[in-house]
Design a protein around this ligand. Structure first.
Ligand SMILES: N[C@@H](CCC(=O)N[C@@H](CS)C(=O)NCC(=O)O)C(=O)O
Length: 279
């Protein structure tokens, strides 16, 4: 693990100097009630304010790619939490030390107790942080509406990865055409319709940023980089998705993250990886 990762909190606070290596796994070695007590303590404090406790430091372990860590990194940046991205240095060996041998993994260290919670599985991580930082709605209905659109955006993005990017070379262009002609327009229609009815433009639910807003902008940004998809989107054709994007861009912590050197470094290696996959 490198020690060169930059603390990414948009605020001035720096991640306390702890090693940037993968923390020791607590996933199955610490008792469930102990982990539950640690996990809920900051939730109560943060629930109202969307502000992260300064007693807690987050690390997100993933390749130097946006991929499955993009939404988590944005939530961490928006929260004002102390956090950093860490990257595998020797994944073939490190893999066996992790719960499922897959990334991303979130590590949440409580400085006062020195207890580290370890959360594998991208969706579990996203939902955990969304609840903690107030991106998961205020009641059962808000939560459900947010969940519906978050899932819908997750589905269309994973269709792109699994059906198009990972397609065999001889079927890639056919899969891409199907995706652009069918899947993306279906996503646009439903999301434009719902967002168009929202009383507060730029939000899926109420007047609070949620994981649905964040993940759909991750999707939109990804689609805007695909030449065949790009023309489906514009402020005229998809006004509500653009309002969503502009709304998110009005959050200074979001912009600070999106314009940070670390984000740009991840951008560059993501582009290189995508170029290989596109063939
Ligand atoms: N269901 C898992 C899938 C994670 C996954 O497939 N991660 C890939 C990177 S996108 C990985 O860790 N690959 C390395 C490996 O398989 O050794 C999740 O959502 O977190």
């Amino acid at each position: 693990m490198s020690d060169t990762t930059t603390p990414l909190s948009a605020a001035t606070a720096k991640v306390p100097v702890v090693s940037s290596s993968i923390p020791v796994s607590t996933f199955t070695s610490v008792s469930s009630p102990t982990l539950a007590a640690a996990a809920t303590a900051p939730l109560q404090e943060q629930d109202q304010h969307h502000e992260a406790s300064k007693d807690v430091v987050y690390k997100i372990l993933y390749f130097k790619l946006h991929g499955m860590a993009a939404t988590t990194r944005i939530m961490l940046a928006l929260s004002g939490a102390l956090w950093e991205s860490i990257y595998p240095q020797d994944w073939a060996n490190e893999k066996h030390e992790t719960p499922f041998g897959l990334m991303p993994i979130l590590y949440e260290t409580h400085l006062s107790s020195n207890l580290t919670l370890e959360v594998p599985e991208s969706e579990a991580i996203e939902r955990y942080l969304a609840r903690k930082f107030g991106f998961w709605g205020r009641d059962a209905w808000e939560e459900t509406a947010i969940h519906v659109f978050y899932c819908s955006s997750k589905s269309v993005l994973s269709l792109y990865v699994n059906k198009v990017l990972l397609a065999f070379p001889d079927t890639k262009s056919r899969e891409l055409a199907k995706f652009v002609e069918k899947e993306v327009p279906a996503w646009i229609v439903q999301h434009e319709k719902w967002l168009g009815r929202s009383q507060t433009p730029g939000f899926y639910v109420g007047n609070q940023l949620s994981i649905a807003d964040i993940h759909s902008v991750v999707c939109l940004d990804r689609f805007l980089t695909i030449p065949e998809c790009k023309e489906l989107f514009s402020p005229e054709k998809t006004p509500n998705l653009f309002k969503l994007k502009h709304n998110l861009e009005s959050y200074p912590r979001y912009t600070a993250w999106m314009t940070s050197p670390e984000f740009e470094a991840i951008n560059i290696s993501t582009r290189q990886r995508l170029a290989v996959l596109k063939g």
